[in-house]
Design a protein around this ligand. Structure first.
Ligand SMILES: [Fe+2]
Ligand SMILES: [Fe+2]
Length: 221
């Protein structure tokens, strides 16, 4: 996976937390990211991914709404960043549905599936953190989900292993490119704001919680 390096102290902690916990932390991650990937495993992975990605834009919107309710002018750069980024993330759930369709799984089949309890736990916990604790929680989630894309070379290994076509991996291929920029923008943004100690703690707690849930999702398969 490709990692973009942060600049400030809080971000170094965030980055090292992710570096330490993400690689090879679940059975699924190791299966997905190596030459043993099968088509079935990849389909399961995309379905899990869909259930997470479909909530990304609404979660950002929930953070924007919560920040606006606080009516604090200091929140404006954070609102601006999320509003900008929300547009960049719109429709990525549909890319995953298209890839699944090309793999023979109809969108109706994916939509009719109940997400895993672990996925609901992760997504639900983040909504709770954003709305009832602190909207900076969204940044901890983004640090995990957006700054560590699967690289093009790993994608090529996956394609070869599971005999996949390019139109099965469009969502991941796009993210291999765009999340490098999103990662730079993310670290640039969080470096530009003077966060309180409490906000930094919320970011780190949310990143830790996201990784914890992702490991469980990856292992329940
Ligand atoms: Fe995305
Ligand atoms: Fe992104």
């Amino acid at each position: 996976m490709t990692a973009v390096q942060p600049v400030t102290n809080c971000h170094k902690v965030l980055r090292s937390l992710i570096d330490m916990l993400i690689p090879g932390t679940s059975k699924k991650a190791s299966q997905i990211l190596n030459k043993d990937l099968t088509r079935e495993t990849y389909i399961d992975y995309l379905i899990d991914l869909y259930h997470m990605v479909v909530a990304v834009v609404p979660q950002m919107q929930a953070a924007i709404d919560t920040l606006k309710k606080e009516n604090n002018p200091d929140n404006q750069p954070f609102i601006d960043y999320l509003e900008r980024h929300l547009e960049e993330e719109a429709g990525h759930d549909l890319w995953i549905l298209d890839d699944l369709k090309n793999l023979g799984v109809a969108p109706e089949t994916v939509l009719a599936k109940t997400p895993k309890q672990e996925t609901l736990n992760m997504v639900g916990a983040l909504y709770y953190r954003i709305i009832h604790m602190d909207p900076t929680a969204i940044l901890g989630y983004m640090a995990v989900g957006e700054t560590y894309p699967i690289s093009n070379s790993i994608l090529d290994t996956m394609k070869k292993a599971a005999n996949l076509d390019e139109n099965h991996v469009y969502a991941l291929r796009q993210h291999a490119e765009i999340d490098v920029d999103h990662s730079l923008e993310f670290y640039e943004f969080i470096s530009s704001v003077k966060w309180t100690a409490k906000q930094q703690q919320h970011m780190l707690d949310s990143a830790r919680s996201t990784i914890y849930h992702m490991i469980i999702i990856g292992d329940t398969f």
